[in-house]
Design a protein around this ligand. Sequence first.
Ligand code: NI
Length: 135
Amino acid sequence: MIYVTRRETFSASHRLHNPELSDEENIKLFGKCNNINGHGHNYTLEIIVAGEINPYTGYLIDLKLLKEIIIENVISKVDHKNLNMDVEFLKGVIPSAENIAVGIWGQLVDKIPMGELYSVKLYETENNYIEYKGD
Ligand code: NI
């Protein structure tokens, strides 16, 4: 088994807010992340595909193709967007890094033509990242 990683970046805004809680409870739970007009992040996304080397190409998957799949299915839908309001695959969830990573997994899992999706890593800051492997 071999693992191939493609890194992409995007910028987006979000607000962490649970509509089932009171304003006071939201502020207590989310602090500055509950700011009523949101706040932004420069996200880094790492998509890891696992599989076998194709002896004909020497590749697991052409990274140019993997890049195009990520751009089409994820980056074009989230870059410079409001993650609470603009993104169909995040409708109805609090757009925490955890939920964004799970949503991105759902966008990509059926779209990888060689090998299979192994991991979605989403860095919200240099020091904080979430990893989702689909179960
Ligand atoms: Ni945030």
